[in-house]
Design a protein around this ligand. Structure first.
Ligand SMILES: CC(=O)SCCNC(=O)CCNC(=O)[C@H](O)C(C)(C)COP(=O)(O)OP(=O)(O)OC[C@H]1O[C@@H](n2cnc3c(N)ncnc32)[C@H](O)[C@@H]1OP(=O)(O)O
Ligand SMILES: CC(C)C(=O)C(=O)O
Length: 569
């Protein structure tokens, strides 16, 4: 143990577990997948209506299944697993519902799932009568523990079971628009030579041809190794499966180690052409691989995902309704918080990045949504998945001036001078430190207003009037509640107010002044910001009024009001 690593043994019984390389042979010595790139989307096959559904405490009712199916066809899936029709009446009835003329779009193929049992196979084929295009998906666990413990069959016996089931399927499919899929369940723990023996036998039995290919779907039923191991296993199959041009190599990762997405991506590099998964990662235990993340990962690399996620919240609403499960806030691309920055430096970078993006789009002469995207901390433009920028930046105690200024700018059109941003950020920090809570744009606005626009009753706008007496000469008069009358003139509203304040015994110097014209975001008000030195200290004030001149005068009065009370009242 190095001196810098003083971790102690956990005391947990880790010796009960074996590493993947001791559980399954890895015959590949050289691999090509690490140097490859993904340049096109694989065929995505959602299995929400089968694998996802079987993992729900309350499986979907027909109405929910229908909603999910319609969503899938609407956003572009072309092959959809719709159920395990021999397992339950609900699944059977849903398949029958889709047998109605026109229920399945012309370019969509449905997949139905079955175990290798005669009665189940027969019921499966009966259920798809009238379905225009179907894949019948046969599965059997092939890994040693499942063979020994669950099925009680050795390699040869199980091979016989599978081939008998496949022959029955071939007979039942004669003359029908049916293709075949086989899954050696727990492929990732099965001896590779056994997988090849079984899959190649099925390819021959089902007489696979390029125009009627079989699907060999190689599941990581329970994820047990790092994704490179799965990739090696898939590349090995890709190289050794017979009649490769008549076989669609498919993968079906689960997410037990939290690396289902990585497994699927590396498997595609390794030769997989088809990926089964669920929307937002529903499925047994930790879920099936998330097809939305996979598709949008491609999108973020400049590859067409072939599925339309431009309204990702609409997709999420349907999926949450059907599964009766929420999608977590940090879920890639779709979680409520994934396009949001709370921390100051991130907000600053995003704010600058968005401004730079708008400028670049204008230079290129294209709308912002068409311009190349390169904004810090945002891997994709949230607008591309139907999110607006309101949620991008949110303010709490971790935020800095950039995020605060961004919210006030985007919501109220305020362009705060940099030093005012710094000043206000300290005010916000104190408020958020006190409450520990997030502040919304509306709350920031109220805090800004209370701090800079109406800091007290010292200078109510009523008694202070500023007018341009003659062109270029402003006069400020004030009839104070004390009965005093103040008067000052100057070559603008600020010098006039400063002169009146000085006449009342409060000399002020204007250090910074900025103003903005009336804008609809502020109910048509102009706004001005003034930094003034009063009694040796500096104060910011802001004014809102119908004209910039009036707003400026109010801003100076507000800045002065923030100084310790003096005689000008
Ligand atoms: C990885 C996966 O997702 S696999 C799919 C899992 N999905 C489901 O199980 C959901 C739907 N399943 C069901 O409704 C039921 O399991 C049914 C209707 C299919 C079968 O029900 P039952 O006949 O009661 O069997 P049960 O559910 O207990 O399953 C265990 C039996 O199936 C056998 N079996 C397991 N897998 C297979 C298979 N692929 N092919 C044939 N038999 C299998 C087991 O050996 C066991 O047989 P045994 O009872 O003779 O020991
Ligand atoms: C049988 C297959 C496709 C499966 O659902 C799994 O292994 O997880």
């Amino acid at each position: 143990m190095h001196h810098w690593n003083r971790q102690r043994p956990s005391g947990m019984p880790y010796h009960r577990y074996r590493p993947a390389h001791e559980r399954v042979e890895l015959p590949l010595a050289e691999r090509a997948w690490p140097a490859r790139r993904i340049t096109q989307a694989p065929l995505w096959v959602p299995v929400d209506l089968r694998d996802g559904n079987q993992a729900l405490a309350e499986p979907m009712d027909p109405a929910r299944k229908r909603l999910m199916f319609d969503l899938m066809t609407r956003i572009g899936f072309k092959e959809i697993e719709i159920g395990y029709p021999s397992a339950s009446r609900l699944d059977h009835d849903f398949v029958r519902e889709l047998a109605a003329p026109g229920a399945v779009p012309d370019d969509v193929t449905v997949v139905v799932f079955t175990a290798a049992r005669d009665d189940l196979i027969d019921r499966t084929f009966a259920s798809i009568e009238g379905i225009p295009r179907a894949v019948v998906h046969l599965y059997t666990a092939t890994a040693p523990t499942w063979r020994d413990v669950v099925l009680g069959q050795d390699r040869q016996e199980l091979r016989g079971t599978i081939l008998r089931a496949a022959s029955r399927m071939a007979r039942l499919a004669e003359g029908r628009p049916v293709r075949f899929e086989f899954s050696p369940e727990v492929f990732n723990l099965t001896e590779p030579d056994y997988v090849l023996e079984v899959c190649n036998a099925l390819t021959a039995l089902w007489d696979a041809a390029p125009d009627r290919p079989v699907i060999h779907n190689l599941p990581a039923t329970v994820e047990i190794a790092t994704p490179n191991v799965y990739a090696d296993q898939i590349e090995y199959m890709h190289r050794h499966l017979d009649r490769r041009d008549a076989v669609i190599l498919s993968v079906h990762p689960h997410n037990d180690r939290g690396t289902g997405v990585a497994c699927a991506e590396l498997a595609v590099l390794a030769g997989a052409q088809r990926v089964e998964g669920c929307l937002f990662g529903n499925g047994e235990r930790t879920g099936n691989v998330d097809l939305a993340t996979l598709a949008l990962n491609l999108y973020a690399q400049g590859v067409d995902p072939m599925i339309d996620f431009s309204d990702i919240d609409g997709v999420r609403r349907v999926v949450e309704h059907c599964n009766r499960l929420p999608v977590p806030e940090r879920h890639p691309y779709v979680g409520d918080l994934v396009h949001t920055a709370f921390s100051g430096t991130h907000q600053d970078a995003i704010s600058k990045g968005l401004a730079h993006h708008a400028k670049r789009a204008a230079e290129l002469g294209v709308p912002p949504e068409q311009a190349p995207w390169d904004v810090p901390y945002l891997p994709i433009d949230p607008a591309d998945v139907g999110r607006d920028y309101q949620a991008v930046i949110r303010v709490n105690s971790q935020s800095g001036k950039g995020g605060i200024a961004y919210l006030l700018r985007t919501r109220y059109g305020l362009e705060l001078p940099r030093r005012l941003q710094i000043d206000f950020s300290a005010v916000v920090q104190q408020a958020t430190d006190d409450t520990g809570a997030e502040v919304t744009a509306e709350e920031l606005w109220r805090l800004f207003h209370a701090t800079y626009v109406t800091p007290g009753e010292r200078f109510p706008p009523g008694p202070w009037r500023v007018e341009e007496d003659t062109p270029g000469v402003h006069a400020c008069t004030a009839d104070l509640p004390s009965g005093r009358h103040l008067h000052g003139t100057g070559d603008g509203p600020l010098p006039a107010v400063a002169a009146a304040l000085a006449a009342g015994g409060t000399p002020v110097d204007v250090i910074t002044h900025a103003e903005q014209p009336p804008a609809p975001e502020r109910d048509g008000s102009a706004v001005a910001y003034v930094e003034a030195r009063v009694d040796g200290a500096t104060y910011w004030g802001a004014g809102l009024a119908a004209t910039p001149a009036e707003a400026s005068a109010r801003a100076l009065l507000a800045a002065t009001a923030r100084a310790e009370p003096r005689s000008t009242t």
